[in-house]
Design a protein around this ligand. Structure first.
Ligand SMILES: CC(C)(COP(=O)(O)OP(=O)(O)OC[C@H]1O[C@@H](n2cnc3c(N)ncnc32)[C@H](O)[C@@H]1OP(=O)(O)O)[C@@H](O)C(=O)NCCC(=O)NCCS
Length: 87
């Protein structure tokens, strides 16, 4: 396996998660293809909004999604809760 993407949806919005390409295979357009395939699968389910969460430091991922036409929001705050510090 050289690349992976995990797709979920809540019937309105499709989420593109866990995208990764093995280091030796990067910058060959594989992540772009994974995103296109994910969008097509979600589109076939009637979903027209695609989204991803990207950490600020991840410039490669930000550039990847920007190059795919994704808008970077500055008005959304990520919140999470952990049952305990070790989960
Ligand atoms: C982010 C990641 C998935 C990109 O995979 P990739 O197969 O190398 O990406 P692609 O070859 O499809 O790149 C498409 C475009 O994204 C942008 N891009 C991708 N990697 C980039 C980098 N390191 N720096 C700058 N731009 C980058 C470029 O615009 C690129 O087009 P170009 O090569 O013609 O310039 C890969 O670097 C990776 O697995 N990183 C570790 C896991 C990770 O951080 N995943 C994201 C979690 S949100």
């Amino acid at each position: 396996m050289v690349g992976v993407i995990v797709i979920t949806d809540d019937s309105r919005k499709g989420w593109l998660n866990r995208i990764a390409v093995a280091p030796a295979y990067r910058r060959r357009g594989l992540a772009k293809q994974l995103i296109s395939a994910a969008e097509a699968l979600l589109r076939a389910k009637g979903i027209r909004i695609w989204a991803a969460l990207i950490e600020d430091w991840n410039q490669a991922s930000l550039a990847l999604f920007r190059s795919g036409g994704y808008h970077v929001h500055d008005d959304i705050t990520y919140v999470s809760k952990r049952e305990s510090p070790d989960v």
